[in-house]
Write a protein that binds this ligand. Structure first.
Ligand code: ACO
Length: 333
């Protein structure tokens, strides 16, 4: 069987215009700009506006159009949509199906939603890679689109300061014979012993949204921040080390480290373990906060469009999220 190499053919991203600063939050809850910056590195976040269609599929439409254009393709070249969202547009139909219609794709390509929380988009990369490598699909649209503002308790200072909305997308395709692009290695894990540290229990099949649920404020995300922090540093560092080794590379060979944008202290702690200088780390958590599974593809797209990341560069991506899921990928762009 012929094996193809997988290439990130094009990327795109979208963040809502509406900016919510730390100062804005301090008008509502007992917090302040300095505390948030010191503990997280976050200065502001973007919050979507449903009246402008900025739901997961709506944000994804714009990011995906940019990714398809950057890949020099048209919408009907896409033969599979993989969509990561922690909270989809709705339970049925899936958000990938809604996106197919919004993009005007008429080829009836497969359309699948995945939820691995913040790790979702990185989780999808090895899956898309396997399907492209084996020749099953030619052009896979991989989307991470998140509207965390919908389940962020804006009265809980432990969580609401951390999150924002946005979308990142990439088209994965086959590298041609004369191109170096490839996905070298990956790891996907989940430590369910820590699953209760980050939850949103109501709204699924086991606990429908009822008056009682609303009265108990159970419709919001809850988090044990310190446990998530410790697990994030340990797991991302371990995974990063493994995929670089599996790629037969060393940390010095990595041109750009693109970590999940949850907290600058987590990013710095992981980078420091490997002496990765901060100027090799893509950081936008200051502007967008944690956009869950959109965070890595937004950071990737911005760095490509700014001309930081160039063809041939070695990239290290690492993420973690509720579950606690985690993943890392080492690739040549
Ligand atoms: N403003 C001011 N003070 C605050 C705030 C706030 N927004 N939040 C908490 N505090 C107070 C606390 O009440 C506490 O006060 P006390 O000492 O009087 O009790 C003090 O600040 C310290 O609180 P800690 O929780 O110990 O603060 P910590 O340094 O751990 O930082 C944080 C909290 C920022 C949440 C950190 O733990 C963190 O980033 N954890 C990782 C979270 C994360 O990345 N989650 C995303 C997961 S990805 C996904 O799938 C969604």
């Amino acid at each position: 069987m012929k094996i193809f190499n997988t290439k990130i053919a094009g990327t795109g991203s979208f963040v809502p215009d509406r900016v919510v600063t730390n100062h804005d939050l301090s008008q509502r809850i007992d917090t302040n700009h300095n505390w948030i910056v010191e503990r997280t590195g976050i200065h502001e976040r973007r919050i979507s506006d449903l009246s402008k269609g900025e739901c997961p599929s709506g944000m994804a439409k714009i990011a995906a159009q940019k990714a398809i254009e950057a890949a020099n393709l048209t919408v009907n070249d896409i033969d599979l949509i993989l969509f990561s969202a922690t909270l989809p547009d709705q339970s049925m139909p899936n958000t990938a199906a809604v996106l197919q219609e919004k993009l005007g794709i008429t080829n009836h390509c497969g359309a699948l939603d995945v939820n691995a929380a913040c790790s979702g988009w990185v989780y999808l990369l090895p899956m898309a890679d396997a399907m492209i490598k084996t020749g099953l699909y030619k052009h896979i649209l991989v989307v991470g689109s998140e509207m965390l503002s919908a389940f962020n308790n804006w009265d809980d200072r432990n969580t609401c300061i951390l999150f924002g909305d946005g979308c990142g997308a990439a088209v994965l395709g086959r590298a041609s014979e004369n191109e170096d692009s490839k996905i070298f290695s990956s790891i996907l894990t989940c430590d369910s012993t820590k699953k209760d540290h980050l939850t949103l229990m109501a709204g699924g099949a086991c606990k429908r949204i009822t008056h009682e649920v609303l009265n108990n404020n159970e419709q919001w995300m809850t988090m044990n921040g310190q446990e998530v922090f410790k697990a994030a540093v340990k797991t991302m560092a371990g995974h990063a080390e493994k995929v670089v080794k599996d790629a037969n590379l060393s940390m010095e060979d990595i041109d750009w480290f693109i970590p999940h944008q949850a907290n600058l202290r987590i990013i710095e702690a992981v980078g420091n373990r490997f002496n990765i200088p901060i100027n090799k780390v893509i950081v936008n958590v200051d502007r967008y906060a944690n956009t869950s599974s959109a965070s890595v593809p937004i950071a990737l797209d911005e760095a490509i469009r700014e001309g930081k990341i160039k063809r041939g560069d070695h990239l290290l991506l690492a993420t973690f999220g509720a579950g606690l899921t985690a993943g890392a990928v080492c690739l040549q762009y």
